[in-house]
Write a protein that binds this ligand. Structure first.
Ligand SMILES: Nc1ncnc2c1ncn2[C@@H]1O[C@H](COP(=O)(O)OP(=O)(O)OP(=O)(O)O)[C@@H](O)[C@H]1O
Length: 191
């Protein structure tokens, strides 16, 4: 099986539980190496890249959103978002400016100095989205990013991912939510 994920589009990955949606995203995101096959990045095979080279691509070009926000509980909301820029070599002032714009866009700017334990699950997921978008990555991968959210927050997160695809990025999202998946540009169904 092979699949191509085009820039400028959101692809929804669906399929039964255990069909490999998460595994596919981890492989695409260069978090794990496939036991067979390869991921081509701009047409270039990634299997032969060193861990450092793969980490560089991840830091610079890939944003991740998981089912849980996975924020660092010891750091403020602003710091959690800015941290995504560290390994991408983003200037600190640019990190803060961009983080504040994103937090404002998703209605959580008043929580910037709070700790993750002081905000709701829906707000935490919006913060995770800001973190994923901080570097304006060319690729955003979502593993059930709306799985724990109420309908309104789910829509906010999904629409933001689709809007990011509209900027020319490649966005791939695994989901069990058929209604959201129906609004994706493409659909990959795992058997
Ligand atoms: N760390 C692991 N080690 C070994 N097998 C694993 C590991 N993680 C997942 N698997 C197996 O790989 C297969 C695919 O799992 P995966 O989590 O990718 O499916 P999924 O489609 O995302 O499922 P769900 O919708 O339930 O999240 C399953 O059979 C699972 O048991």
């Amino acid at each position: 099986m092979s699949a191509a994920f085009a820039p400028g589009a959101l692809t929804a990955v669906t399929g039964p539980s255990g069909s490999g949606k998460s595994t596919l995203l981890y492989v695409l995101g260069l978090l794990v190496r496939p036991t067979a096959g390869d991921v081509l990045w701009d047409g270039v095979p990634t299997q032969g890249l060193t861990d450092l080279e793969r980490s560089r691509i991840r830091a610079r070009d890939i944003g991740f959103v998981f089912q849980d926000a996975l924020l660092d509980p010891a750091r403020s909301i602003l710091e959690n978002v800015c941290d995504a820029g560290l390994f991408a070599g983003m200037d600190r002032a640019v990190q803060v400016e961009r983080a504040q714009v994103l937090l404002g866009r998703f209605g959580v700017e008043h929580r910037a100095s709070h700790r993750p334990g002081e905000i709701s699950g829906g707000q935490a997921q919006r913060v995770a989205l800001c973190r994923a978008l901080l570097t304006s990555p060319r690729v955003v991968l979502g593993d059930e990013p709306t799985g724990n959210l109420d309908a309104e927050s789910a829509r906010v997160v999904w629409d933001a991912l689709r809007d990011h695809a509209r900027t020319g990025a490649t966005v791939v999202v695994a989901t069990h939510d058929e209604r959201l998946a129906d609004t994706a540009d493409h659909r990959l169904v795992l058997p």
